[in-house]
Design a protein around this ligand. Structure first.
Ligand SMILES: [Zn+2]
Length: 259
C-alpha cells in the first residue's frame, strides 16, 4: 500500500515536470505557472523602471495594432509597451507582457515584419521556454526568493534570471535561447502571425534586414541561434502551411491594416 502510494506520488511529480511543447518536443517544466508568471511581471516592472517608455501616439497605436492582432489569436490579457531605445530588440514575458524597442521599428519595416517579431516572442511564452530555462537552473522551492531577486537585477541571481527570461541584454547578460527553442519560436510565430492575417512571406525579409542591421543586435536575435540563413530556409520550408493559414484568416475577414 505504502509502495503503491509512493509510486503514485512519484508518477504525479513526473507528470507535472515533464510536459510536451506545442511542437511535440518533451520538455522539463518545473516552475508552477503562477510563479513563472510572477517572475515575468516582476521583470517587466524592473525594465519599465529603468528604460524610457515611448509615449508617441502614432508609434504606440501602430505597435498595439500589430500586437493585438497576434494576441487575439492566443487569448488572455497582454500589456504592450514601446520602449525608447535604439537597439533592435523586442521581448515577451510570462504573465502576458510584451516590450518593443523603437530600434526594432527601423529593422521591421512593415506590419508583417513586426508581426513576425511579436509572433516569435509570444511563441517563446506559449511554449514555456523561460520556465524550461529557469527549471534547469533553479530549484522550485526557491520560488519567492527568485521573484524578489528579479526586483534587484544588479544582484547575481537577479542578473541570471533576467537572462533566463530573455531580457538580460540591458543588464549585460548574454543568454540566447537554445537553437531548438529558437526554431520552435520561429515556426510557431509564423503560424501565429499568419492566423492573424499577416503576410508570412515577409518573415524571411525580416531576417534579411536583421542580418544587415548586423553588430548591434541584442542576444535574442543573435545570428548564431540558428544562423539567419538556416532560419530563412526553415521558414521557407514551412511557408505553404503558413500561407494556407493566412488565406483562411482572410476568408474570416482578418485583414490587419496597422499604420
Ligand atoms: Zn527568440
Amino acid at each position: 500500500m505504502f509502495i503503491r502510494m509512493f509510486m503514485l506520488i512519484t508518477g504525479l511529480a513526473l507528470l507535472a515536470g515533464c510536459t510536451t511543447s506545442p511542437t511535440g518536443r518533451s520538455q522539463l517544466v518545473l516552475m508552477p505557472e503562477s510563479e513563472i508568471n510572477q517572475m515575468g511581471l516582476q521583470a517587466f516592472t524592473t525594465i519599465k523602471k529603468e528604460t524610457r517608455v515611448d509615449r508617441s501616439t502614432v508609434t504606440n497605436r501602430y505597435v498595439q495594432c500589430v500586437a493585438q492582432a497576434i494576441t487575439r489569436e492566443v487569448g488572455g490579457n497582454w500589456e504592450v509597451v514601446v520602449f525608447n531605445d535604439s537597439d533592435a530588440n523586442a521581448f515577451a514575458l510570462p504573465g502576458g507582457k510584451i516590450g518593443v524597442y523603437t530600434g526594432m521599428l527601423k529593422v521591421a519595416e512593415n506590419q508583417d515584419q513586426l508581426a513576425t517579431v511579436i509572433g516569435h516572442e509570444v511563441a517563446h511564452v506559449l511554449a514555456h521556454h523561460s520556465n524550461e530555462r529557469v527549471s534547469q537552473k533553479f530549484a522550485v522551492e526557491q520560488g519567492l526568493g527568485l521573484i524578489n531577486a528579479i526586483a534587484n537585477p544588479q544582484s547575481g541571481t537577479g542578473q541570471t534570471l533576467m537572462g533566463l527570461l530573455g531580457v538580460g541584454a540591458q543588464y549585460g547578460v548574454l543568454m540566447p535561447y537554445s537553437r531548438i527553442q529558437e526554431s520552435e519560436a520561429d515556426t510557431m510565430g509564423l503560424d501565429l502571425m499568419a492566423k492573424a492575417g499577416f503576410n508570412p512571406r515577409e518573415s524571411t525579409r525580416l531576417w534579411i534586414n536583421m542580418s544587415r542591421a548586423g553588430g548591434g543586435q541584442p542576444p535574442e536575435f543573435l545570428s548564431t541561434h540558428p544562423s539567419h540563413s538556416t532560419r530563412i530556409s526553415d521558414l521557407n520550408r514551412h511557408m505553404q502551411v503558413a500561407l494556407q493559414l493566412q488565406s483562411r484568416a482572410q476568408q474570416q475577414g482578418k485583414h490587419p491594416a496597422c499604420k
